[in-house]
Design a protein around this ligand. Sequence first.
Ligand SMILES: *Cc1c(COP(=O)(O)O)cnc(C)c1O
Length: 382
Amino acid sequence: MPVKQSYRCWAEVDLGALRENLALIRHRVGPSVKVMTVVKADAYGHGLKQIAALLMQSGTDVFGVANLAEAYAIRSVGKGWPILMLGACLPQETETAVRDGVSVTVSSLAEGQRLSVVAQKLHKPALVHLKIDTGMGRLGARPDEARELLPQLQSLPNLVVQGIFTHFASAESDASFTQRQRQLFQKVLEPLLASGNKPEYLHANNSAGVLLEPESVFNTVRPGLLVYGIIPPGSRRIPKDLRQHLRAALSWKCRVGHVKHIPAKYSLSYGRTFRSAKPMRVATVTAGYGDGYMRAGSSRAHVLVDGTSCPILGRITMDQMIVDVSRVKQVQAGDEVVLIGRQGSAELKATDLADWFGTIPWEVLTNITYRVPRVYLGGYAA
Ligand SMILES: *Cc1c(COP(=O)(O)O)cnc(C)c1O
C-alpha cells in the first residue's frame, strides 16, 4: 500500500482511470478530432502537475487552463504542448502570456490590439482563440460582431488566430437551447470554411457536449469533468455505454478516530442539532470542512464504513464529524472511511456528495483542500 498509515484524510487518484477516460473520449469523437483536456483549478482538485504529466503521456493535444500560473505549471512538467487560457487575459497579464507562448481567449478588437502591441515589442507572436458568445453570456463577441472582428484580428501584426470557439450554457439539460447555440456558432464559421481561411482549432463541446452533442464536435473538444470520470448531472439521458465505462479517478478517504456508545436523548456536535432517539454506536471520523467536506452535508451526507453506508449525525466540524455506525459489524479506531469511492460493494460518487451539499460535482472536487494529500496510483506520475 503506497498510502501512508499516518494519513488522516487523503485522496487517491487512479491514473489508469484517467488514461482510460481519455481513450474513451477519443473513441467517442473519432481519431481526427483533437482533445483539449481542461485542467483548471488544480486539475479539478486532482493535482495539476501529476495530471498534466499523465495526460501528456496519454496523448492529450491541448490543455485548457484558467490562468497563467496553471499554464506555467504545465510547462514545468513538459514543454511544447499548446495551452489555451479559457479566461480573459487581463491587461497586466498580456506580456507574460505572449512571452510564455500561451494562447489566450479574445472577445474584442481591443484585446487583440493590446496583444498585438506587446507581441511586436517582444518580437513573438501572440496566440489567440476568438470566443463567440452564443448564449453563455460570460466571454465572447456576439455572433453578428464576429464576422467583422475575425478579419480585423487576423490583420493585426504578430497576432495569430489559432482557434474559434464557443461555450454551452446547459448542454446537459437543454437540447433545444444547445442546438440554437450550435447553429449560431456554425453561422459564424460558414464563411470561413467556405473561404478556406480557417483557424486550426474549432471547438464547442464541454463534457456534456461530448456526451450529448455529436453534431458540435467541429475539430476539437474541450472536456473537463469527463476526463476525471464523472458524468455531468442533468436531465438529458446519457448513452449507457459511456455511463458504464467511465471510471471516477478520485477516491477520498479518512479514518475512524474514536468509537463509542451513546444513550437515548444524547445530543451530538455543535448547536446540538442531533439528538438520539435510542441508544446508538457512533464513530468520530477524521475529516471535516477544513478538508473540504462541506458543512452543508451536516445531518444529510453519508460515508462508508466497512462497506456500509453510515449517515453523518449533526454538524460537520472543521476536522471531524460523527457518523452512525450502529449497523456496522466491525469498526475500530484507525479503520478506513470512504467519503468518495468504493468500499466492498458500496460506492459513493462525487455527484452523491454534490446532492447532499446542495452543489455540483465540480465544486465538490475543487473544494477538497490543500490539507488532503493526493496519492497517485497505477501510473507514472510526475
Ligand atoms: C471549464 C470549462 C470547460 C470544461 O467543462 P466541463 O463541464 O468540466 O467539461 C470547457 N470549456 C470552458 C470554456 C470551460 O470554462
